[in-house]
Design a protein around this ligand. Structure first.
Ligand code: ADQ
Length: 754
């Protein structure tokens, strides 16, 4: 339709111009033709007069004037000469041929011949009147009046007019045709160009590149779009309050209330059957669950996860769904069942023995088995099927969580090409050399690049990923905008530091003094104990061993702490099916025992190892009771324990000792930052923390609290979803452009029915 309009805009003025040209050209041509022929007739007339002059003079001299009549009759045999008359000097008509009009005398003929248009209409049609003097006139004769037929001029002029009109019509059609073809080609070029710009791709792909005249326009439009987007993102960063309401309104405005689906391995709620046959609901110890759960509550979507609780099957409906959280039912949990074999290969094997150590570079060798890889791929397919089954539209927003699903984004893209896929990688991304030891590195990168947005906690991890792609795939990388275009699909690689749901309402909180009193009582510790705590999954990447070594070194270096310093390590059992983890956990128990033997005495154990899962309230009490929280991860995507500790300390007391290798160290710079591999440094930091004046603690803690409060989990999700909203808007505009083009093409190509 648009091309038709465009063509009409060209065609109508063109046809009007041609019509005007025809209207002007025809009369001009007529008068020109007449003038050419009049000159021609005059010349002929003079020739005839000169030719006849001698014969007429002779006849006059000889007195044989009748011969003149014969001469005249022969002359008018010429089809163009209609009649001749001979005039005397006194305008008397001496002779004339039969066809000469009786009403026309010599004087009238002379007057007519002198006019610009010497035309006379007689019985047979229009004639040209010419009066020609005889060269050397004989006695009594002066001139000849010649009447030439003009009908042949009309005939010629009619022919010329006809040819001219045919010429103008043919010219018009040819020009119209050329205009239509050119308009069609340029419109397509423009449309493709604009579509390319909107997709941000046209400038490099020669086939879809905008036409040359669009190149400067394309760069300008793209630059402006990016500027606007950057400005918008900066304005989002300036929004200081991010809470569930804000996130909900963002979902409604930016994502127009579209369906949100989360996929993770770990489920937010497990149903467990206890030994006495009861079913209890448990929240797993997982940073991912801690972060994503409040987001899901805000947007009421569907969370697809592996149903791993012993009573999970009893809690779901016929479609393996159940509303959660158990009391308030704010969103849907869809459980996917895995066989033992699937779990062994995909979860324990490829994810936890392969990718986890590969990405953490924590001196545990990754193990890559072909069978694990096959199972990993198979389980990713199964989750992709589940996403497709749960999708209520062809373009849901899918949040893919973590390293268990590196292949899932591309698999979802195959099933739902229009979905907006946000993948968040909760663990670090190693440098390209470390990653290159993975036998299936290419497949993993390709899988992840199925995402619309790929998020990491830090810029550093983004940079590592981009460099890995740069080395491993033929992709176009735009460093300025942090995007990767692979097989015509663009992925934004961006940092979104994850966080916690900041507790705004603290009215029900037990006072710090009470928490401390209760805990010390429970652990049978004196009131003046300096209490340091560590809270982790029992994982070798968390630096629990290095932490114990630092405690040991502190007691060695500063014996005054013996009897007064206690370190409580809460370690939730994790991945115990893996030999590496079992060995690590045993080793920690051994080291803790050794330290206790070395520095302990009756009623005093410097290390308390509580290797069990704690509920949220117990952890909260622990954080509030502690003087120091120790986070010494050897490598950690973010680490939420550090943020939970800060959030729990509304008394602005307590010191955070934080590993520089945790993503959180980039935000929480007022913590005491340590290198956990450096035992001496960590031991000194523990001493410094234990002796830090309350004023300094307050200053540091107040600043840390401000940072975590502002950068809470709703900002994490909000920034990511706002970026998704921008992409969806861009896709929608591009789709609209495409739809218009297609409908145009269809209209243009539709057969015309009369
Ligand atoms: P995790 O490796 O699980 O997360 P982390 O961020 O510290 O690490 O989160 C652990 C969570 O489990 C915390 O919410 C904590 O309270 C809880 N937890 C720890 N020990 C517990 C126990 N004994 N009992 C009960 N709960 C316990 C991964 C990455 C991190 C990243 C998160 C989120 O490894 O780097 O911060 O995802 O992206």
């Amino acid at each position: 339709m648009k091309t038709l309009h465009l063509q009409l805009r060209f065609l109508i003025p063109l046809l009007l111009t041609l019509l005007v040209a025809a209207l002007v050209a025809v009369p001009v041509l007529d008068s020109l033709t007449l003038r050419w022929f009049a000159r021609d007739i005059n010349n002929r007339g003079m020739l005839v007069a000169n030719t006849l002059a001698d014969a007429i003079n002779e006849a006059q001299l000889d007195g044989k004037t009748w011969r003149v009549q014969g001469l005249f009759e022969r002359a008018v045999a010429d089809e163009r000469l209609v009649a001749i008359a001979l005039c005397s000097p006194g305008n008397e008509m001496l002779r004339r041929t039969d066809g000469f009009p009786a009403t026309l005398d010599c004087a009238q003929a002379r007057a007519l011949a002198e006019r610009a248009d010497p035309r006379l209409v007689v019985e047979g049609g229009a004639v040209h009147v010419g009066v020609h003097a005889l060269g050397t006139p004989g006695p009594g004769v002066d001139s000849l009046v010649l009447l030439h037929d003009l009908s042949f001029i009309d005939r010629r002029s009619l022919d010329t007019r006809r040819y001219l009109i045919i010429f103008i019509v043919v010219l018009g059609f040819t020009m119209a045709l050329i205009t239509m073809v050119v308009a069609q080609i340029s419109w397509r070029g423009w449309v493709n160009g604009v579509r390319g710009i909107l997709r941000g791709e046209g400038l490099v792909r020669p086939l879809l590149a905008p036409p040359p005249e669009l190149q400067p326009f394309a760069s300008e439009v793209r630059a402006r779009l990016r500027d606007l987007e950057d400005e918008y993102r900066r304005s989002l960063d300036l929004v200081s309050v991010w809470n569930p309401e804000r996130l909900r309104s963002l979902l409604l405005t930016q994502l127009r209330g579209d369906q949100v689906i989360v996929v993770s391995n770990r489920e937010p709620y497990l149903h467990e059957r206890t030994e006495d046959g009861r079913v209890i609901v448990r929240r797993p110890a997982s940073g991912l669950v801690t972060a994503v759960e409040p987001v899901m509550r805000a947007c009421s979507g569907t969370w697809i996860a592996h149903g791993s609780g012993s009573a999970d099957r009893d809690a779901v409906d016929a479609n393996d769904r159940l509303p959660v959280p158990p009391g308030t039912k704010e969103y849907t949990l869809r459980r996917v069942w895995l066989t033992e074999e699937e779990e062994r290969g995909y979860y324990n094997g490829f994810a936890n023995e392969g990718l986890w150590p590969l990405c953490h570079v924590a001196h545990v060798r990754p193990v890559f088995r072909e069978s694990d890889w096959e199972m990993y791929r198979h389980v990713n397919e199964r989750f992709a099927d589940a996403v497709a089954a749960e999708a209520r539209s062809d373009d849901p927003v899918v949040l893919v969580q973590d390293y268990h699903f590196a292949l899932l984004p591309a698999m979802i893209r195959e099933r739902l090409p229009r979905a907006t896929i946000l993948t968040f990688w909760h663990i670090p991304w190693p440098n390209p050399e470390s990653f290159s030891i993975c036998p299936w590195r290419r497949e993993i990168l390709e899988g992840l690049l199925g995402s619309t947005i790929l998020g990491f906690h830090t810029r550093f991890h983004c940079k590592n990923f981009i460099e890995t792609v740069d080395r491993g795939l033929e992709a176009r990388i735009e460093h300025e905008h942090s995007t990767i275009v692979y097989r015509d699909k663009e992925t934004l690689v961006e940092s979104y530091p994850i966080s916690i749901d900041w507790p705004e309402d603290t009215t029900g909180w037990v006072p710090v003094a009470t928490c401390r009193q209760r805990l010390l009582q429970r652990l049978a510790l004196p009131a003046d104990t300096c209490l340091a705590v560590g809270v982790d999954r029992f994982d070798y990447t968390k630096g629990i061993l290095e932490r114990l070594h630092a405690v040991e070194r502190l007691l060695e270096k500063r014996p005054e702490w013996i009897g007064r310093f206690v370190f409580v390590q809460v370690a939730a059992p994790t991945r115990s099916a893996l030999e590496e983890y079992r060995a690590f956990q045993q080793r920690i128990h051994g080291v803790a025992d050794r330290i206790n033997q070395r520095f302990g005495r009756p009623g005093y154990e410097p290390v308390r190892l509580l290797a069990e899962h704690h509920d949220a309230e117990a952890l909260h009490e622990l954080y509030r009771a502690a003087n120091i929280c120790v986070v010494t991860s050897l490598h950690d995507g973010m680490n939420l324990v550090s943020k939970e500790f800060v959030a729990a300390r509304d008394d602005e007391q307590g010191v955070l000792v934080l590993s520089r290798f945790a993503g959180a160290a980039r935000e929480l710079s007022e913590a005491l930052i340590v290198n956990p591999y450096h035992v001496e440094e960590t031991a000194d930091a523990l001493h410094r923390a234990a002796t830090m004046p309350t004023a300094e603690q307050r200053e540091r803690m107040a600043s840390l609290r401000m940072t975590v409060r502002e950068n809470n989990v709703f900002r994490w999700a909000g920034r990511m979803l706002a970026d998704a909203g921008r992409f969806r808007l861009r896709e929608r505009v591009a789709a609209r452009v495409q739809r218009h083009t297609l409908s145009d093409t269809a209209e243009d190509e539709a057969p015309v029915h009369s």
